[in-house]
Design a protein around this ligand. Structure first.
Ligand code: ATP
Ligand code: MG
Length: 468
């Protein structure tokens, strides 16, 4: 069958003519003598093309057109119009009709218009299908992993993605927070709208403010043109606020107001701009704890954190190491035009034993490097960076029973300083939080600080005021 066509016209002579011409041309044809009957057919059956008369008693062609696209957005329509009503036919094409034919028409003209319409219909279908396929392969499927922790997160993503709920993604650096945010967007009804990511840590507060809210001409020196902000650009889409924990107290207050009122003013502007956006945010801090400590607004946190997603760190899902390795080997083989497909058992063991403080991002870099370094189609242990091996050696020495105290001393000597700095950075110099994370006493934290002569205050940020 060359295509399914519905003809809607109150003139039975036209209906009969269309049926015989198009059926002879090998099309599947149905006819309806008024708008209501036509829409009824559309609800029951999938058509590729509808030919609709503009002027009919009862429902007009325009009305039919509007309802038809509501029922079946990909339906291609062609309007019949008599001489003298071409203007309304043009109007109809503006409203979404694909084309129009003026009456009277020859069978050749009809066939040509129908063939063009069907061609367009096939293109549309291809687009829809491609978009669907793209969505499927880009979204949840790109998040690689079979471990229970990751599968649980994927299930939550699938559940919350379609709604417009604000989601806070909380996790260590490199765990895939941005990947999760993109998956939420592509699996939502906003997927055809923009996805706009802003790194709140990348810009000083005043620049970030004008990036987000935009400005009018002359709002500040250098603002020689009005500019739309990212909030406006994200309209009907998703705004991803990366590193939200770094937002200054002033911007926290302003963002809160925007979320409450769904509108804001550009810098130096009077007019209220109303936006429809979904906010996804991410942080590598323990934001609820930050809020309790008065470093982040509790009321803003409530708005952002309707649902929390926590991508698990790689060391807690060692079961995914092999899958991830395979995934990135494929990626970098493609990128470098090589076919590196395997790892030796030694190499795999190193990857599995390392604790991956930089998570999947670090893992991906290591595989990229290995693909470049390796000789043939197999990654060997020697293609992996030395520091993976050092940790393994250290583990071995400790296992060689030099005694708990000596082992601890050796570890402190070699790794203590960098571990302590990591703890300080992650917990912003908060001793209790550090003790909790490392699962040691506060006293031990103080001992380490003294030993390495580090002042925790340099990692602390000043507390924002609690209200405006
Ligand atoms: N589960 C996963 N499967 C496949 N690739 C992943 C996964 N998690 C992360 N990645 C990849 O690791 C890299 C880092 O991910 P992403 O940028 O999303 O992490 P992040 O948590 O936002 O990191 P940061 O805190 O450094 O901003 C990206 O290249 C991403 O594609
Ligand atoms: Mg990120």
């Amino acid at each position: 069958m060359k295509g399914r066509i519905l003809v809607i016209d109150d003139d039975t002579a036209i209906l009969q003519a269309c049926r015989s011409i198009l059926e002879d041309g090998g099309y599947d044809v149905e006819v309806a003598s008024d708008g209501r009957a036509g829409l009824e057919r559309l609800r029951l059956k999938l058509f590729d093309l509808a030919l609709v008369d503009l002027k009919m008693p009862g429902m007009s062609g325009i009305e039919v057109l509007q309802e038809a696209t509501a029922i079946h957005p990909e339906l291609v329509t062609i309007i019949f119009t008599a001489y003298g009503t071409i203007e309304s036919a043009v109007e109809a094409t503006k409203m979404g009709a694909f084309n129009y034919i003026t009456k009277p028409f020859t069978s050749k003209q009809l066939e040509a218009a129908v063939e063009k319409g069907l061609e367009h219909s096939r293109l549309l279908c291809d687009n829809v299908r491609l978009r669907q396929e793209l969505k499927e392969c880009c979204a949840v499927h790109q998040i690689v992993g079979q471990s229970p922790a990751l599968q649980m997160m994927l299930a939550t993503i699938t559940k919350v993605a379609p709604s417009s709920t604000n989601v806070l993604i909380m996790g260590e650096s490199g765990t895939g927070k941005e990947l999760v945010a993109r998956a939420l967007h592509t699996n939502s009804s906003r997927c055809d709208g923009p996805f706009i990511a802003v790194d709140c840590a990348a810009l000083p507060s005043n620049l970030l403010e004008s990036e987000l809210f935009g400005h009018e001409k002359g709002a500040f020196t250098g603002a020689d043109q009005a500019k739309r902000g990212l909030l406006e650009l994200a309209h009907e889409g998703t705004l991803f606020l990366d590193e939200i924990g770094e937002l200054s107290p002033e911007l926290q207050a302003k963002l809160l107001r925007t979320l409450q009122e769904r509108s804001f003013r550009r810098l130096g502007g009077e007019r209220l701009v109303t936006v429809d956006i979904r906010i996804l945010s991410s942080t590598n801090r323990d934001l609820p704890n930050e809020a309790q400590q008065g470093r982040f607004r509790q009321d803003l946190l409530y708005r952002l954190n309707v649902v929390t997603l926590i991508p698990p760190p790689l060391r807690e899902r060692k079961g995914d190491v092999a899958l991830l390795a395979e995934h990135f080997l494929r990626e970098f083989s493609l990128a470098t035009n090589r076919t590196v497909a395997r790892l030796t058992p030694d190499a795999m063991q190193l990857l599995e034993e390392y604790h991956w403080p930089g998570n999947v991002r670090e893992f991906r870099n290591v595989i990229e490097r290995a693909v470049v370094l390796c000789d043939n189609d197999t990654v060997r242990a020697r293609d992996l960076p030395d520091y993976l091996r050092k940790q393994a050696q250290l583990g071995q020495e400790i296992q060689d029973a030099i005694g708990y105290k000596a082992a601890r001393e050796q570890w402190l000597e070699s790794q203590g300083r960098s571990y302590l700095t990591l703890l300080l950075r992650r917990n912003h110099g908060n001793i209790s939080a550090m003790a909790r994370e490392a699962q040691i006493s506060r006293k031990s934290v103080y001992e380490m600080l003294r030993r390495f002569e580090i002042d925790p205050r340099q990692f602390q940020s000043p507390a924002p005021p609690q209200s405006e």
